[in-house]
Structure formats: C-alpha cells, structure tokens
Design a protein. Structure first.
Length: 103
C-alpha cells in the first residue's frame, strides 16, 4: 500500500453523537447538497430541530444515517424511499439481534 493510499484511508471526520450540526455542516461532512439533505429530511430519515432549514440543527447520529442513505442510493440505485426502508429494516434487525443476545 502506498503512502497516498494509506493517507486516504486514515482521513475522516469525528462527530460526537451529542454534537449539533447545521444544515451546512451536515452537507459538508456527508458531501451532499442541501437539496439532497432536505429530501432525506422530507422522507423522515433524519429529523432536525428548528422551524426551517435556515436554522435546523441535526444530531450527530444523523451523519451515519445520511451517509448510509447516500451510499445505498449510489451503490444499489434505489431511491430515497427505498433507502429509508432498507435503513428501517436494518435497524429493526439490529434491535432483534440485541434482544436475542440479552436472553
């Protein structure tokens, strides 16, 4: 592995779960346009706090959800609604697995 490849593997952004992000910050971190984030909000995948997009605040956990949606749309060619359904099913599966481990 070259130094350039190693460097690209090690770069990233750490976002705390409790951190609040603006729409612009979420767009930058997820490398998405504000229009895409608004579509994701309208689909109910993430829920910002605030009355309108100009003063929305997103929970740090939204980063993972948005990145998942963007990745599954890109990799599998599903639409936003399909990505939302996939995310919901995966989260439900994880909840069921956790319940089984606790038994």
């Amino acid at each position: 592995m070259t130094d350039k490849n190693l460097l690209s593997l090690l770069t990233g952004e750490i976002v705390e779960e409790h951190e609040r992000l603006t729409l612009a910050e979420l767009c930058q971190i997820c490398e998405a346009s504000s229009e895409r984030i608004i579509e994701i909000v309208e689909e109910g995948i993430v829920e910002p706090q605030g009355e309108n997009s100009e003063n929305w605040q997103f929970h740090g956990l939204c980063v993972g959800r948005v990145r998942f949606v963007l990745k599954i749309e890109r990799d599998l060619g599903v639409n936003t609604a399909g990505a939302a359904l996939a995310l919901e099913l995966l989260e439900e599966l994880e909840t069921l697995r956790k319940q089984l481990r606790e038994r």
